[in-house]
Design a protein around this ligand. Sequence first.
Ligand SMILES: Nc1ncnc2c1ncn2[C@@H]1O[C@H](COP(=O)(O)OP(=O)(O)OP(=O)(O)O)[C@@H](O)[C@H]1O
Ligand SMILES: [Mg+2]
Length: 267
Amino acid sequence: MMHAEPLLQIENARFAYAGHGAAKPTVDGVTLAVGRCETLGLVGESGCGKSTLARLAVGLLRADEGGVRVMGVDVAAAGAAARLARARRVQMVFQDPYGSLNPRLRIRTLLAEPLRLHRLTTPDQEKSAVDELLRQVGLPPTASDKFPHELSGGQRQRVAIARALAVRPQVLVCDEPVSALDVSIQAQILNLLRDLQQQLGLSYFFISHDLRVVRYIADRIAVMYQGRIVETGPTDTVWQAPQHPYTQKLLASLPPELSGLQAASAV
Ligand SMILES: Nc1ncnc2c1ncn2[C@@H]1O[C@H](COP(=O)(O)OP(=O)(O)OP(=O)(O)O)[C@@H](O)[C@H]1O
Ligand SMILES: [Mg+2]
């Protein structure tokens, strides 16, 4: 379901890592918009700049040119108050929750941290707020006493999602959130993200190198190639009638039974 007003706007964003030279930026003039309650999927081969674009989208990197706005607010705006406001609107979910969850903290503390930072609960409300976050991601209250290493990969990713949700963001930037998981667990996490989107009215900027994952979750697809967006469109359109040669190559490289391109050409 998409509404006219874009929530996340990336406008002509250009970014080069220091030393790589401005002649060949890693993100090379990207313009994208994500609407309310919409999922925009981003696909592209390893090294094309997806994670760099994700870091620009959440304000972890600042664009050399162009910029990123969430509800009209520049995510790279300086100052502590602006950073806090940005963090509340846009949260990131990473591929490896091991890397994003402090291994020395119990789940209860990991989930309470953002609540405290943003002063969203009083101390006596904290336990029920943590329980509610766990419930939202399908984990029992007993999970709060555990450390990250005591959970399975899928459970850890649920905790990472709960932590992102704690501050009640409008946009989740998900960078390969299921790539490290077994296929059966991938489907569970994707279904959870879908349910949460419906319940909470979230927008997703969903990055994956796996076209099948993006096809499952995304309303629209953007295809990135060497720092540029070479194609965007509704998921079914891109899947069934890819316009750019690179997208055609990506689809043709999938197993035959899964590729809409090959299914269509077999008819
Ligand atoms: N911190 C960094 N400093 C310098 N170069 C970097 C840095 N991070 C990434 N790069 C380079 O920028 C390019 C894009 O990297 P990026 O991680 O954005 O690609 P990606 O599309 O996310 O790849 P993958 O699918 O493997 O995650 C690559 O050539 C990479 O080597
Ligand atoms: Mg990446």
